[in-house]
Design a protein around this ligand. Structure first.
Ligand code: SAH
Ligand code: SF4
Length: 320
């Protein structure tokens, strides 16, 4: 859909969002814990094969300070995100960080890649509320084309991880990249059906952005940048119509491609934003893709819901 047709789709989605999740937009403070990663995803600047990245790891006190600062600024929730690191030491460190942050009353979301079912359970028990793990694409063949052919990059395992996260009791979020080389509109439509089939509580979909130091950057593009933005907005609107009571993020990647596009996503029915609260010195090092500094634009007409956890209505209803 383009032009007036797309406008009508998006307006209807926003109208439905107003009736279900309402006008509040929930801010989550994004803490980028580390850019160390054991994986080699062909699209991502943090891939282990990218030797030009200077790797960092926040200290516990840097994480706790960032969380505290976020709380003071009115965030009801933080997201701890990092490259995929699997070790006992790391698992117990996260466990302790979660416990500590939960004392302040904030909701905690983790986005730390694939872990063992036992680790998910430990982190849930420590008090983490939500987990974000994008399926990246629900299209098995495309997934294979954008990841190396190794056991660490298995579509089946990614799918299983989402099931294990649900079983561990998390509010589960997933999502996809939009405009990947080799992706079709049909494949994106299948992504939306996938979200419904696995009954997600939260979803974050953003445009794919070429990162110069990655193998996928040289692949022929499937959609030019402007189409990726319009497609993302249509995807958000359609998902809102399909799943009226879930939380949908207006992703930062939208603003990276075009300042202001993130706010347009709210006008299409998104109700979550994730401003970066990582200490400034580390920001340039956490480059999933090359980004300009995302402008914190005004949320015209919507209320920023300060100090509230913003649990997905979908999850509240499912829990009964
Ligand atoms: N390592 C964890 C979390 C950090 S990566 C994980 O992979 O789950 C977070 C997200 O960044 C990924 O899920 C992916 O969707 C997104 N991402 C990575 N490279 C990207 C790129 N070039 N363009 C757009 N999004 C990208
Ligand atoms: Fe690592 Fe996540 Fe990037 Fe893949 S997408 S290389 S798992 S940080």
């Amino acid at each position: 859909m383009r032009g007036r047709e797309a406008d009508a789709l998006r307006a209807q989605a926003r109208e439905l969002a107003d009736l279900t999740v309402g006008r509040p937009v929930y801010p989550r403070g994004l803490i980028e814990l580390s850019n160390i990663c054991r994986k080699d995803c062909l699209y991502c600047g943090l891939r282990v094969g990218n030797t030009s990245v200077e790797r960092y790891m926040l200290t516990d006190s840097e994480v706790l300070q960032a969380a505290e600062q976020a709380r003071k600024q009115g965030f009801g929730s933080v997201v701890i995100q990092s490259g995929e690191i699997q070790s006992e030491g790391y698992s117990s460190r996260i466990e302790n960080l979660v416990k500590e942050i939960k004392r302040s009353g904030m909701a905690v979301t983790l986005s730390l890649g694939e872990q063992s079912a036992d680790t998910y359970r430990r982190w849930k028990q420590a008090g983490a509320d939500r987990y974000l793990l994008r399926i990246e694409t629900s299209d098995r063949d495309l997934y294979k084309r954008i990841h190396p052919d190794t056991p660490a990059h298995s579509y089946e395992k990614r799918l299983q991880a989402l099931q294990e996260l649900r079983a561990a009791g998390f509010q589960v979020g997933t999502g996809v990249m939009i405009g990947l080389p080799g992706q079709s509109v049909e494949s994106l439509a299948a992504d939306l059906l996938f979200m419904r089939a696995i009954d997600v509580d939260m979803c974050g979909m953003g445009p794919y952005i070429e990162c110069a130091e990655t193998p996928l950057a040289d692949a022929p593009e499937s959609f030019p940048v402007s189409e990726r933005i319009e497609l993302t907005l249509n995807m958000i609107a359609t998902l809102r119509l399909m799943m009226p009571d879930i939380n949908i993020a207006a992703t930062t990647a939208l603003d990276t491609l075009r300042p202001g596009a993130r706010d347009r996503a709210i006008g299409c029915g998104a109700n979550v934003i994730m401003p970066n609260v990582t200490p400034d010195v580390y920001r340039d090092k956490y480059a999933l893709y090359k980004r300009n500094s995302p402008l914190e634009t005004a949320l015209c007409g919507y209320e920023l819901a300060c100090g509230q956890p913003g649990d997905p209505l979908h999850w509240i209803r499912r829990k009964g």
